[in-house]
Design a binder for this molecule. Structure first.
Ligand SMILES: Cc1ncc(COP(=O)(O)O)c(C=O)c1O
Length: 415
């Protein structure tokens, strides 16, 4: 064996500051309540297949060029659909060239962060928020100041106090990140009055708003306030959205709405030579005729699953599981009694086949998140939701002694 045959050790060569290695994927848990998956039965397959065939037959040869002859902002018919849809549903007036298609809205978060943030910066964010936003900020070395929410979304008194406090320390936050329309994880919708107040505060303190609207199509009654982007009279808002929750997350199609002065800076950072074109072409062919009819069908299915989840929690946990009925979306934000630490519940629950998101990972405040969890109800079947919550109850009782008696057992004992 020659002296060069020993396996090369890459460890000393890794760039400094890499994040911890990813865990290997071992398949989904039997009762999978994590992630932001959607309902498999509601992926509009027939329509997508037809759209794919039509668009490939018509324009497939444009795949020979990067950007399918639409340029680096993304497939033009999809951007045109978005411009028209955003105007109709969210009041946003923009044209197709103020929209950049991204590889999921996660890439949109990276691009917005990329043009605005540097190590040591401060941003304002909802106290309970999307883990993907929090981990990005941690990695960038940016301080995230959490603002509490109530049933109407981010609390404006707390936002005003935070902006004031930061100003008195000479800190100008780089943005206010908000998920105003069906917030992740709380499912709240920021009221119109609060939107006006947020815009007023943002203008007063000279802070941009970063509006993440990726759940805004998933509202039970279909009614939403205008987007902050639409309501702002002075610019200062960057709007991000996604097809992940309304059509399918694996397509990886998201978008950013912003003036060219900002998009041009983001494009300079988007070094992937364009997001996958086939997905964009399929959506561009599917959406104009079928998106509006698809969404209410999807929402009815999601609402039914949410009810199954709330019923299962009420039945199994009784008053030990507190939650507010969300206005839409795919998550329920559940609070257990103080003695339950969902980070400690995670491993034994997984061993019993139940995957849950510990609340502390979805919050800027560990003690606030400690007893909370955020089940995603969209992907498991009704039966799996029921059986999964029953299994979680068993684990919770074994590990934390609560609920003291499982409600259905109590009922059986009485009957
Ligand atoms: C608030 C929020 N923003 C962005 C994303 C990223 O979604 P995607 O990259 O699939 O568009 C998610 C995913 O769950 C989310 O909850």
């Amino acid at each position: 064996m020659n002296e060069y045959a020993a396996p090369l050790d890459f460890a000393p060569l890794f760039a400094s500051g890499l994040p911890a290695p990813a865990a290997k994927w071992n398949g989904f848990a039997e009762y999978n309540f994590i992630g932001g998956h959607i309902d498999a039965d509601q992926v509009p397959l027939d329509g997508l297949i037809k759209a794919m065939n039509d668009v490939l037959a018509r324009e497939g040869r444009t795949l020979a060029t990067y950007g399918v002859s639409s340029g680096p902002l993304g497939y033009k018919p999809l951007r045109e659909f978005l411009a028209q849809k955003l105007r109709r549903s969210a009041g946003i007036r923009c044209d197709a060239d103020e929209i950049l298609i991204t590889s999921g809205s996660l890439q949109a978060l990276d691009l917005v962060n990329g043009i605005l943030l540097a190590r040591g910066d401060t941003v304002i964010i909802e106290q309970a928020t999307y883990q993907g936003a929090l981990t990005r900020l941690q990695r960038l070395g940016v301080e995230a100041v959490g603002i509490p929410l109530d049933s109407e979304g981010m609390r404006m008194d707390a936002l005003a106090a935070a902006l004031d406090g930061l100003k008195s320390r000479g800190v100008r936050p780089k943005y206010i990140y908000t998920i105003p329309t069906v917030q992740n994880p709380t499912g709240t919708i920021l009221s119109e009055t609060r939107r006006q107040e947020m815009l007023r505060l943002a203008a007063r303190y000279g802070v941009p708003i970063f509006e993440d609207d990726c759940y805004s199509d998933l509202i039970w009654d279909g009614k939403r306030p205008a987007a902050l982007y639409a309501m702002s009279g002075h610019g200062g808002v960057i709007h991000v959205g996604s097809f992940s929750k309304s059509i399918a997350p694996a397509l990886r199609v998201g978008y950013i709405v912003a003036p060219w002065a900002l998009l041009s800076r983001m494009l300079a950072l988007k070094t992937d030579a364009g997001s996958g074109a086939l997905e964009q072409m399929v959506l561009g062919a599917f959406c104009p005729a079928r998106f509006d009819a698809h969404v209410p069908v999807l929402n009815r299915a999601l609402r039914a699953k949410l009810e199954t989840l709330m019923d299962a929690l009420n039945e199994q946990f009784g008053t030990a599981a507190e939650f507010e009925d969300p206005k839409g979306g795919i998550f329920l934000w559940v609070k257990f009694p103080e003695q339950v630490d969902t980070q400690k519940l995670f491993a034994p629950a997984l061993a019993a086949g139940v995957a849950i998101n510990p609340g502390a990972e979805w919050s800027t405040d560990q003690s606030y998140g400690k007893s909370r969890t955020r089940p995603c109800f969209a992907n498991p079947s009704h039966e799996t939701i029921g059986a999964g919550i029953a299994a979680l109850t068993e684990v919770c009782r074994r590990e934390f002694g609560m609920p003291a008696r499982i409600a259905n057992v109590e009922r059986r004992a009485r009957g």
